[in-house]
Design a protein around this ligand. Structure first.
Ligand SMILES: N[C@@H](CCC(=O)N[C@@H](CS)C(=O)NCC(=O)O)C(=O)O
Length: 311
């Protein structure tokens, strides 16, 4: 198996979700630290424009979005399963809710002045200003809850999680950890990083014990790698093994397309379509530094657009 290279940064909740999955699986992985804000030249060489964090690299294959990355990791290292049959379809529904609704309440809740001061402790005013401007541009046009809205939302949401654990189960969908647990854990992790606002978690004692179980999975065995070395790995590898193409979906293999997130950070990535199914879309692109790479995205949350089409 080609090595797993995770491009991430410490303070990223979605990265923490994947780090815990790698810990659950006991995997060794290479750790590339990416910038928190634009510009991200090494990231762009590999993804072709996708700026969100994290992403996973295996040789010259680049996997964007943690929903897809988690499926890829589980396929390569099936034990212990990340999608145990005992957790049924509910695990996917809870994971999607946690990655969107819960996350977008937990972040504004934590970033209220008391929490943000703690998260950015030691950062210069210039750094904080640059961060705010970067995220404002990334979220342009998206209305977010204010601190009071977010507090009401997280109290409701954590109440739901507490109730899910009320029968004494170890994890959200039963006795085995599943994708729902990892998606929910990232928001609890982030709020706990800001003690001045983390008191909101206090009423939820079962959730606190559940979080300790999640934290105990650790992060597996990371080893640092530079962005330049990761680009070198891509350049030396052959991309796009075992791609599936469903010709019944209105696209031809080789079509010039762009792939764009439909929620935020809507930066299109252009390439030739080489993989298409209900679960995944993959495009091939040639980069001056990284060579030929295949960039993979999930179908949920992304739009495929023919490059020459006006639609
Ligand atoms: N749906 C995406 C969301 C990823 C996401 O929003 N990540 C945040 C960091 S936790 C991000 O990209 N922030 C901007 C950045 O890092 O440039 C996923 O599951 O990977």
């Amino acid at each position: 198996m080609n090595e797993l290279i995770l491009h991430h940064y410490n303070a990223s909740p979605f990265s923490e979700k994947v780090r815990l999955v790698l810990g659950h699986k006991g995997l060794a992985w290479k750790s590339v630290t990416v910038p928190v804000i634009l510009p991200k030249p090494d990231v762009m060489a590999l993804t072709g424009g996708y700026r969100r964090t994290p992403f996973l690299q295996i040789g010259a294959d680049i996997y964007c979005d943690t929903a897809l990355m988690c499926r890829v990791i589980d396929r390569l290292a099936p034990e212990p399963p990340l999608y145990p049959a005992s957790a049924g379809a509910t695990q996917h529904v809870i994971a999607q809710w946690a990655d969107s609704a819960l996350f977008w309440s937990a972040i504004p809740y934590t970033m209220q002045p008391g929490g943000a001061q703690h998260i950015f402790a030691g950062a210069s005013p210039e750094v904080m200003k640059a961060f705010a401007a970067d995220r404002a541009a990334m979220m342009a046009g998206v209305l977010r809850p204010n601190a009071a809205d977010a507090q009401a939302q997280v109290l409701t949401y954590f109440g739901w999680l507490e109730e899910s654990l009320a029968d004494g189960r170890a994890f959200l969908c039963g006795e085995a950890a599943c994708i729902a647990d990892f998606s929910a854990a990232q928001s609890v992790w982030y709020i706990r990083r800001a003690p001045p606002v983390a008191a909101v978690l206090e009423p939820f004692t079962r959730l606190a014990r559940w979080y300790e179980r999640m934290k105990a999975f650790g992060h597996g065995k990371p080893e640092p790698m530079t962005g330049a070395d990761a680009i070198g790995v891509a350049r030396a590898a052959t991309a796009g093994m075992n791609l599936v193409f469903d010709a019944g979906q209105g696209h031809a293999c080789g079509d010039g397309v762009t792939i764009t997130p439909t929620d935020y950070a809507q930066d299109p990535v252009a390439g030739r379509l080489v993989g298409l199914s209900n679960d995944e879309v993959a495009i091939e692109r040639d980069d001056e530094r990284a060579g030929r790479v295949v960039v993979h995205f999930p179908r949920i949350g992304f739009q495929i657009r023919k490059q020459d089409s006006s639609k």
